[in-house]
Every structure is written in structure tokens, then in C-alpha cells.
Design a protein around this ligand. Structure first.
Ligand SMILES: [Fe+2]
Length: 343
């Protein structure tokens, strides 16, 4: 594997996977016993005391350790798995994912991810939404990420990748498939991702995340077990999920996160999610979040300009030109993502 040029280490990586803009629905049949078990759970409202069981991870790999000092929005690269949600929280989330309404309205497929549920929104998945909007969960993931984070948009609460494997895999097949990716190498569209496991992984092997370091080495990070999560700065790390064996199913919850502070660097794009999203919802939420950030940026700038004038300080041409250039670039980055989609 060839090393990455030093000049490229601080630039946001270009994303090339999933470049198709055609939206495709997934129609794979799911086992009745899986659906029945998930749907038989009694509905509960989210209660942080009962449903959050956060403990800090044993290890957080830093961007510097991987050869990327200064890249991205925080020093955290990727974490070891850490407890986040209780078993009862996982049962509530599974009930929402496998409801008929969610399966009918929110399932997508692409060359990159075969079976995914996206855009459940609060109306279809109130428990999942309340969990990911809660102070407790966001404080937990922000502590691991080393930066204050919020979900990128409501429709990123959450994407669910579904892999059901009813057949037994032999040792020979396992060996032949060793290190093969369940998902191709890629960069994520959003700065941070939290992957939470919604399946029992007791009999599962593999399922690690492989991450490429700046020197070209591949580092493997253990995948999460039921209720536990990993955090990764996926926008800035080339990574792949390795195949998992031995379990009947692997249901992972992917929640994408961005900085809470509107003036922070935010190099989010929609490349990876556009073909697996309801376009109208995606573009509506993208436009609103970008405008909210711009609104705050402009308010801050106006405030500092008025303060400067009231103190009779001279106009700073260089700084003001730089502010406009930075925010024109933010407008352009926002516009670039609003592309025609075939459906
Ligand atoms: Fe990813």
C-alpha cells in the first residue's frame, strides 16, 4: 500500500464511492422470526437513566498515531468499543427498525450497501430519535470524539445496515474470505460516525473495521458487540468494514455527526448518502442546517464588526476579505451537493 503524500494529509479526502445518483429500493425478504421477535417488544419511551450505560472506551487512537496530525476536526481517530445503550434500549431500536412502516418506506440498496434503512425520522422511530437527541448520549459520544458533536441532520438518526445470514459458514470459507471487506474502502460523507451494534455478536467472528494509516499500513479495530459502540472520524480516514462470520444477523446502527459549533470547520458532503436517501428530505434538511450555520456565522461577524466600530478600531481588510472568502466557499460547498437525482 503506497503512503499518502504529506501535502494531502490536511486536505479533505475526495469521495468517489457511491457516485451513482440513482435511488434504488431494497426488496430482500427478512426472516419472519426476526421480524416477530423485534415487533413483540413492548413500547417504552426513552429514559436516559434506564437506556444509557456509557463507559469510556479502553483505547482511543489519535489522528497523530495514524500519521495524520492536524487532519480533521479533532485529535480522535477511532475508539475501541464502549458500552452506550442498554439491552432494553437495543430492543426498542430493533422494534422501530423492523416495523412494517419503516421497512416499507425507508429501505434502500446500492452497490455500496446492499440493505440499509435510512430516514426513519421521529414519526417512525421516536425512541431512536429521542436517544440520539438526548444530552446524555451526545455528551458521551462528544467526550470520546474530543469535540462537541450533534447528529448531522434528523435523517441521519440513524442509518441501519442489515445483513442476515441464515446459512452456516465453514472454516474453509472463513479462511478464503479472510480480510475481505463487507464494505469497500471509503471515506464517509460526514466528519464523525458512531456505529452501534443492535445484534447479539456472541458467536460472531470478524467484523472489525480496517483503517489505513498515512504510511500505508492497515490497522484493525475491533467491532462493537450488542449495545456497544465505536466512534470514528470517518470523513478523514480511509476505512472498510471487514466481513463478520458466525452470527445469524448483523444489524448495525450508523449515526453521523458534525460539530455543534456553527463556526467550526465542517467538510460534510452528500456523496455517499444521496443514492440511498429520500432526496426531498435530504436536500430540505441539508439546506436548513447549512443556512442555520451561515445565519450564526453572519450574526457573529456582524457583532464583531459593530464592536470594532464602537471601539474606533480600524477596518481589517485582510481579515474581512478572508471571512467573505471562507463563507463564499461554504455557500459553494452547500450548492455543490444539491444535484439532480434519478428515481
Ligand atoms: Fe464508513
Amino acid at each position: 500500500m503506497s503512503p499518502i503524500a504529506a501535502s494531502d494529509l490536511k486536505a479533505p479526502p475526495a469521495i468517489t464511492h457511491n457516485s451513482s445518483v440513482q435511488v434504488v429500493r431494497s426488496t430482500n425478504a427478512l426472516p419472519a422470526n426476526l421480524l416477530n421477535a423485534a415487533r413483540s417488544t413492548l413500547t417504552e419511551s426513552f429514559d436516559a437513566e434506564k437506556h444509557v450505560c456509557f463507559e469510556a472506551p479502553g483505547k482511543i487512537y489519535k489522528m497523530e498515531e495514524l500519521g495524520f496530525p492536524g487532519r480533521g476536526i479533532s485529535e480522535t481517530a477511532v475508539s475501541a468499543p464502549f458500552p452506550l445503550f442498554s439491552q432494553s434500549a437495543v430492543a426498542q431500536m430493533r422494534k422501530e427498525v423492523f416495523s412494517q412502516r419503516v421497512l416499507d418506506e425507508c429501505r434502500f440498496s446500492s452497490g455500496f450497501v446492499k440493505d440499509t434503512v435510512r430516514g426513519m425520522m421521529p414519526s417512525r422511530a421516536p425512541f431512536t430519535y429521542d436517544a440520539w437527541k438526548s444530552t446524555e448520549v451526545l455528551a458521551a459520544v462528544s467526550a470520546v470524539a474530543g469535540v462537541d458533536l450533534v447528529p448531522v441532520m434528523d435523517m441521519e438518526i440513524s442509518a441501519i445496515n442489515i445483513s442476515v445470514n441464515p446459512t452456516t459458514v465453514t472454516d474453509a470459507e472463513k479462511a478464503a474470505s479472510n480480510d475481505r471487506s463487507a464494505f469497500a474502502w471509503h471515506y464517509d460523507s460526514y466528519p464523525f460516525v458512531c456505529v452501534t451494534m443492535l445484534s447479539d455478536c456472541t458467536d460472531m467472528q470478524g467484523g472489525e473495521t480496517a483503517v489505513k494509516t498515512a504510511s500505508g499500513d492497515i490497522m484493525k479495530v475491533r467491532g462493537p458487540a450488542m449495545g456497544t459502540a465505536v466512534i470514528m472520524q470517518g470523513r478523514y480516514l480511509n476505512h472498510a468494514a471487514l466481513k463478520a462470520f458466525g452470527g445469524k444477523e448483523r444489524i448495525s446502527q450508523i449515526t453521523s455527526l458534525r460539530p455543534r459549533f456553527p463556526l467550526a470547520k465542517d467538510e460534510s458532503v452528500l456523496t455517499g448518502v444521496r443514492p440511498i436517501s429520500n432526496t426531498s428530505d435530504l436536500y430540505t434538511q441539508w439546506t436548513q442546517y447549512r443556512l442555520e450555520n451561515l445565519e450564526e456565522r453572519i450574526r457573529e461577524k456582524l457583532k464583531s464588526e459593530r464592536t470594532r466600530e464602537s471601539f474606533n478600531r480600524p477596518f481589517d481588510l485582510v481579515a474581512t476579505r478572508s471571512w467573505f472568502e471562507e463563507n463564499i466557499a461554504y455557500f459553494q460547498a452547500t450548492l455543490k451537493e444539491l444535484q439532480e437525482v434519478q428515481s
